[in-house]
Write a protein that binds this ligand. Structure first.
Ligand code: BES
Ligand code: MN
Ligand code: ZN
Length: 495
């Protein structure tokens, strides 16, 4: 999609469509008011007759409205003005986008920046518009022989803002949002690809390809023999259950000064999680192809950094493997030695994410990181605790927690903190090794983070459990691209 920003009167737009808001009950937004004046009360008449109430989700397409220069006007319901919030603002844009894409207009001017959202400026509205439009229009049809093509797809969007003075900052916000949206698309595509295509080698190839496209982005791949030398016994033990070789993908984006410590992002890249010998029930097991969404979000974020040429150093680390049952797979009770030297009793082979992450986290020490953030579809318990709205956040550094929470709030990709208290650590006690890889039924997401915390003592670290936010189940099954927006906002705020 092509986006641009401008400022001007709605009745003067020579466009295929002008989009304006209507509040419930039957009240005009400032731009709708302007069109109404220019058309001698055409819109207010129609509203009085009850054609649109202004409820969230409603829309009404008008043609050839007198006194205007555009072909169409799309009235979009905004709900009650007093109840507006960031989430509803997204729903308004989504409604308008769907209506436009199904209609005949291939370009449109959005007059939705005149709607007041408490605490948000035009730049925020422009950014949300870009992110929402790209989210709504996303399709994953690369593996369908017949693509669901639109007759006249939307191609060009102009974002109209009330004041010329904000033009420069809105344009900058749009550029950033486009890069973020592209990162989200990459993360969605990788997540939606099935396990037979998106293997650890495939992820490594995609990371390599990205490095070829950007000069200050490099990719290196560690093979199993390299991991052997590094003593990554935990990661390798998971990979032994699969015929696909594990990969440790290292991506380095260098936009900052040479000696500046990088922010390191570590993403779980488990391309299919059958559970191993502690095999999962077969219902909805297909969804375990999404177990690499943490890794996908790291690739998407690095892509966005490179596209934006963010003046920052960012390193991505993706341990990637399958988790399958095989004659050589981990068995419950097996004890492995991690790169840190700590031994782990594997009581459940399905708690494999922490096994591949712990070695990747030890590896991160060599980067002298400013911060390390790991992103993982780590526990089903996280969905029970927080649902699909918020990712869980646990950290050993309070300021980092707040940076991440705020970034998520800012861009609408939110996290919620869970306690990483010492009191939970004893649940990982093992009779035979330094620790067990599971902590029992209680507080499953917290004990998983406790496990990781034993490998991150040397730096500032935060863990994001995205099991609930990385994809949607049911009819709209698919990857969401989260938390690329949150990570990008976090990095942008650090510049
Ligand atoms: N990838 C799963 C976590 C998961 C489960 C994500 C469901 C999304 C939906 C992870 O590897 C796993 O299997 N975790 C186990 C841990 C348990 C054995 C302690 C889980 O959550 O059941
Ligand atoms: Mn598992
Ligand atoms: Zn898993």
């Amino acid at each position: 999609m092509e986006f641009s920003v401008k400022s001007g009167n709605p009745e003067k737009q020579r466009s295929a469509c002008v989009v304006v808001g209507i509040f419930e009950p039957r009240r005009l937004s400032p731009s709708a008011e302007q069109l109404d004046k220019a058309s001698d009360g055409y819109i207010s008449n129609l509203i009085r007759r009850g054609d649109i109430e202004g409820k969230l989700g409603q829309s009404l397409l008008l043609h050839n409205v007198p006194g205007t220069l555009c072909d169409r006007i799309l009235l979009t319901g905004c709900g009650r003005e007093r109840e507006l919030n960031p989430d509803k603002y997204g729903k308004i844009i989504a409604t308008a986008t769907r209506a436009l894409n199904e209609g005949g207009a291939m370009e449109a001017v959005f007059y939705l920046a005149d709607i007041n959202i408490k605490g948000q400026d035009s730049a925020w509205k422009a950014s949300q518009l870009v992110l929402t439009v790209e989210d709504v229009l996303y399709r994953f049809d690369q593996l369908k022989s017949e693509k669901d093509a639109f007759r006249r797809p939307l191609r060009k969007i102009v974002i109209s803002i009330p004041s010329r003075r904000e033009l420069a900052e809105c344009e900058e916000a749009v550029l950033a949002a486009q890069a973020i949206a592209n990162g989200v698309i990459t993360a969605k595509d990788l997540g939606n690809l099935p396990g037979n295509i998106c293997t650890p080698s495939y992820l490594a190839d995609q990371a390599r390809k990205l490095a070829k496209e950007h000069t200050n982005l490099t990719t290196a791949i560690l093979e199993e023999s390299d991991m052997e030398e590094l003593g990554m016994g935990a990661l390798l033990s998971v990979s032994r259950g699969s015929r696909q070789p594990a990969k440790l993908i290292i991506m380095e984006y260098r936009g900052g000064l040479g000696d500046e410590s990088p922010a390191v992002l570590v993403g779980k890249g488990l391309t299919f999680d059958a559970g191993g010998i502690s095999i999962k029930p077969s219902e909805a097991m297909d969804e375990m192809k999404y177990d690499m969404c943490g890794g996908a979000s790291v690739i998407g974020t690095l892509q966005a950094c490179a596209e934006l040429q963010l003046p920052l150093n960012v390193t991505g680390v993706i341990p990637s493997s399958e988790n399958l049952p095989d004659g050589d797979a981990n068995k419950p009770g097996d004890i492995v030695t991690s790169m840190s030297g700590q031994t782990i009793e594997i009581l459940n082979t399905d708690a494999e994410g922490r096994l591949i992450l712990c070695d990747a986290l030890s590896y991160c020490e060599r980067f002298d990181p400013a911060v390390v953030i790991d992103i993982a579809t780590l526990t089903g318990a996280c969905i029970v605790a927080l649902g699909h709205q918020a990712q869980a956040l646990l950290s050993n550094h309070n300021p980092l927690t707040h940076e991440l929470l705020n970034a998520g709030k800012q861009i609408g990709d939110r996290a919620w903190e869970l306690p990483l208290w010492d009191e939970y650590q004893t649940q990982l006690d093992s009779n035979f090794a330094d620790m067990a890889n599971i902590g029992g039924r209680a507080a499953g997401s917290i004990t998983a983070a406790c496990f990781l915390s034993r490998f991150t003592r040397k730096y500032k670290w935060a863990h994001l459990d995205i099991a609930g936010t990385a994809w949607k189940s049911g009819k709209k099954k698919g990857a969401t691209g989260r938390p690329v927006p949150m990570l990008m906002q976090f990095l942008i705020n650090r510049v």
